[in-house]
Design a protein around this ligand. Sequence first.
Ligand SMILES: [Zn+2]
Length: 523
Amino acid sequence: MRSEIEIYDTTLRDGTQGHGISFSVADKLRIADRLDAFGVQYVEGGWPGSNPKDVEFFAEAKHRTFKHARLAAFGSTRRKDISAAADDQVQLLIAAGTPVVTIFGKTSPLHVREVLQTTLDENLAMIADTVRFLKAHGKFVVYDAEHCFDGFKEDTPYALATIHAAEQAGADIVTLCDTNGGSLPGEIAAITRVAREELRVRIGIHTHDDIGLGVANALAAIEAGATHVQGTINGYGERTGNCNITSVIPILHFKLKKRGVPVESLPLLTELSQFVDETANLRPNPRLPWVGATAFSHKGGTHVNAVQKVLSSYEHIDPGSVGNARHVLVSDLAGRGNIVMKAKELGFDLANDTAHLKTMLATIKDLEHKGYEFEAADGSLTLLIRRVLTGAPPPFTVDGYHVSMRSERGSSVCEATVKVRVGDQHAHTVAEGDGPVNALDAALRAALVTFYPHLQSVRLTDYKVRIIDSTTGTAATTRVLIQSSDGATEWGTIGVHENIVEASLQALVDSLECALINSAAGA
Ligand SMILES: [Zn+2]
């Protein structure tokens, strides 16, 4: 039997407290749509009382219909010594027009006395009045018990009195919050069990990741009887972040055999994670469990050999079940198995014992010794494997180039000249740019576009320079990594040289050669 655990997403509210996270109203609406399509039960859209942008979000969201999710507006209990109806912040919650309203209230006597500067009784009245007022307006009410676990440790009878006040006033869910994120799974489980025995309503859990236990703590509460879990996509949130529901969702399904989101959504998890990162304009964290780019990467030679033989031997789950993929890293640790699997990933069928394989392995090891690194340079690796396997000549060659820089009225201008050969035809072009690499890129494209017009759509999306070998002090080597995209696919290429312009040119040439191969393969 599968029990149901409700997923409550707060990426758009608690998640936006995170460092470097900012969403426009349009971004928030797009994310809400995606979360709904994915199948979470609640989407918390924002805090209308603290943020005019959130008021605008709710005004826009009113015109949308959601298939799975119910939209929640977030706020606090009424202020002390006034009625709920007289509190502007509470009125804004009603005005948001959402079916669900989530309010937080104080659990800890210390917070009541020192932060609210009111009496313990008034705090109980603030909780009960606000819940009752929202219920009278037809809202489904989630009560978030702030600093709940700290409050329980400080004064259990009072902490219980606060959640009883919420339940008796009609709250539909009582969520226990580890607001400071410093609790341990054992404490979370024990306190959740007490709350479970005391209350009849559904118990929720809201944790933060301050000591790296956000997900573990949420699961401890679920195993102790909570059936509603709050968190954010990719663990966005203040300080070190919130409970990462991108981990909670697959753990519920695959490890605890409990039902959270619709089964058919699980293979879309990696895509959802990437979509939210893209919308937040953040580089995806490759080390994220389940959805990260390296979550199913294999590097060590023995591992790769074993994985090749028995797929499950070094993987806790099939990467495809969450929409991720297995990657094989090629490095000097690697044995032949790595290259074979990498070649397969790139579409070449290669037997384990061919002479080609020996040549590739030797070439890669030699290049790695010189400072090349193919883990982020799939594109260059594809070219290398192709060259060995097909012996085909490159589609174009750069016969020569010249880069110069001058200063004009205080700003610097770079100019590059490139001579390119395609078959027996030649092109000779000049271009200007912000810097030498930019000018070189522009000149190279200008030359090649006359032969290959679709190169127009290729964009450089990232350019990274690293100085390696710097300990020798004399001839430091420069490694350039370029990410490129044609809108449909993305690839990485590499160049290594003592001269940064030469290293960049190598990576640029590989990038454009890959674009030509990709378009040929796609055609
Ligand atoms: Zn929080």
